[in-house]
Design a protein around this ligand. Structure first.
Ligand code: GDP
Ligand code: IMO
Ligand code: MG
Length: 489
């Protein structure tokens, strides 16, 4: 049996001799001590300071509703207290908006942390990467004076979205008619489907014709019959794909690496990570309103799989929650407002898709949705966004639970037909009728806004970590002590 204090002295000794042979700050010693007496922290075996009451934590940021919760704004803000930002799933179906100063960026693939010129950004193996879109985003960054070279890394085992993925996506939607999912048409489903079918092309293949050629030829064989017979779309010419994608491969080559190995070393060295989720929990292929979902796992657990990092490296899970609810595309939405109030939310909240420009459907805050997100993601914090959008409302409604077949339901059900039979039960609260966009601390918020926030947190049983009251970086209120300490507040 190992005595905790033996562990402590041993680690203390190692820490002072240190791999780099230099003295480190006392905070690290305290953290090492904690690791020595806390079996969970010790088991991690990661760098000193890794586990310290939320301070220096690795944070997973996910969407808790149907996407577009303001994840990018939150990630951009949390990047102030991080070294590396990692996208781990989804593809260019995501539209992540960051506003800094007068500049506005919409990222589809590149992590939102790239705006911070001293931070590293990573696209993990769980992402489906469209090289054309990636290069366009890189070029756009350059025109805006941001240089991603040397600090953007792409996993060589991420799958590649090829042009026919998008063709197939659109053709399938067209054929589905009324049953269409309302996808973004970015080829996400067909690309993930090739991945699990084991006929996909990976980023590393684009750098070597010996890898690429047999894969594209095999893929064309599988798909061409389907294309021409079932969907009436042009067959794939493998030679064209091979030529074009070898060229694209050369262009993205400087960014491509073994991300898993890189992140392992970074975590070991005590670097702090932010994992940037895309879409939202109720669009998760397992946990969402299937089949009206995306084709990846959007939940926090996938941060580990999609970045190639062990789950012990994940400390906190921040669920981004809009103060009301939106959804783009088809599928059930129990608190949807198909009236003037819904239009008002859309107008004030500027709820138009960042990827497709479609109207976002709008509705009141839905606790059974976010409660489900709290459970399946293991949320440790809420990041509540767009509170300011409710500033002018006389009253605000909050759905506390559903009634379904005579039963009270606290969670959105998994069966589609059951979701359709749910009636939301609301509690009405007085509005605050004043401008929150200039508030910079919790105390400055109006009392009724505080009550609304507390009600949200209480209903889903997760504490609030931060509140966003505008799209700009400084329109953020930090509540979490660990984050505040990390930011030097
Ligand atoms: P994401 O996909 O979750 O990153 O969210 P989107 O970028 O698709 O949509 C969120 C939109 O709300 C963007 O236009 C953001 O600039 C904006 N936004 C983020 N936080 C706030 C906020 O607190 N208040 C307001 N008014 N807008 C916000
Ligand atoms: P971010 O990361 C909102 C939706 C689509 C459609 C369904 C399936 O910006 O929050 P797909 O193209 O993925 O096969 O479409 O998922 N969807 C999103 N909705 N935000 C997103 O991303 C989305 N990505 C996909 O509208 O209903
Ligand atoms: Mg979005």
């Amino acid at each position: 049996m190992e005595w905790p204090l033996d562990g402590f002295f041993c680690q203390f000794f190692c820490y002072y001799l240190g791999e780099k042979g230099r003295w480190e700050i006392p905070r690290v010693a305290i953290s090492r001590f904690k690791q020595a007496i806390d079996p969970r922290a010790a088991r991690q075996g990661f760098a000193p300071g890794h586990k310290n009451e939320g301070y220096m934590a690795n944070r997973v940021v996910i969407g808790s509703q149907w996407g577009d919760e303001g994840k990018a704004k939150v990630v951009d803000f949390l990047t102030l207290d991080a070294d590396i930002i990692v996208r781990f799933q989804g593809g260019a179906n995501a539209g992540h908006t960051v506003e800094v100063g007068d500049q506005k960026f919409v990222f589809h693939l590149i992590p939102s942390g790239i705006m911070h010129q001293d931070k590293i950004c990573v696209i993990g193996n769980g992402v489906v990467l469209d090289p054309i879109q990636t290069l366009a985003e890189i070029a756009d960054l350059h025109t805006k004076g941001i240089n991603p070279e040397g600090r953007l890394f792409i996993a060589n085992n991420a799958h590649v979205v090829l042009p026919y993925h998008s063709t197939l996506d659109k053709a399938k939607e067209k054929k589905a008619g009324k049953a269409a999912i309302g996808t973004t048409g970015r080829g996400i489903g067909p690309c993930y489907s090739d991945k699990v079918n084991r006929i996909g092309v990976r980023v590393g293949d684009l750098m070597d014709e010996r890898e690429l050629r047999p894969r594209v030829e095999a893929m064309a064989k599988v798909h061409n019959e389907e294309f021409t017979v079932m969907y009436d779309v042009p067959a794939i010419d493998p030679e064209v794909v091979i030529k074009d994608y070898l060229e694209l491969g050369q262009k993205i080559k400087p960014f491509v690496t073994d991300v898993s190995e890189m992140l392992y070393k970074a975590v070991k060295a005590g670097k702090r990570l932010v994992f940037e989720g895309a879409q939202g929990t109720i669009l998760d292929v397992d946990q969402g309103t299937y089949p009206f979902v995306t084709s990846s796992n959007t939940v926090a657990g996938y941060a580990s799989c999609g970045a190639g990092v062990g789950p012990t490296a994940l400390d906190e899970v921040w669920g981004v929650v809009k103060a009301y609810t939106t959804r783009v595309g088809n599928g059930p939405f129990p608190t949807e407002l198909l009236d003037e109030t819904g239009d008002t939310l859309r107008k004030i909240g500027n709820e138009y898709g960042a990827t497709t420009g479609r109207n976002r459907r709008c509705g009141w805050f839905d606790a059974p949705v976010v409660r489900k997100a709290a459970v399946v993601n293991g949320l440790t914090h809420l990041a509540i966004t767009k509170l300011d959008v409710l500033d002018t409302f006389d009253t605000v409604k909050i759905c506390t639970h559903y009634e379904c077949d005579g039963e009270k339901l606290d969670f959105i059900p998994n069966q589609l037909s059951k979701v359709g039979r749910c009636t939301p039960v609301y509690e009405e609260m007085p509005g605050w009728k004043c401008d929150t966009t200039k508030c910079r601390s919790y105390d400055e918020l109006p009392e009724n806004a505080k009550k609304y926030l507390q009600k949200m947190a209480e209903l889903v049983d997760v504490k609030i970590g931060m509140i966003s009251i505008g799209a700009k970086r400084d329109q953020s209120i930090v509540i979490d002590k660990g984050l505040a300490k990390g930011l030097g507040l």
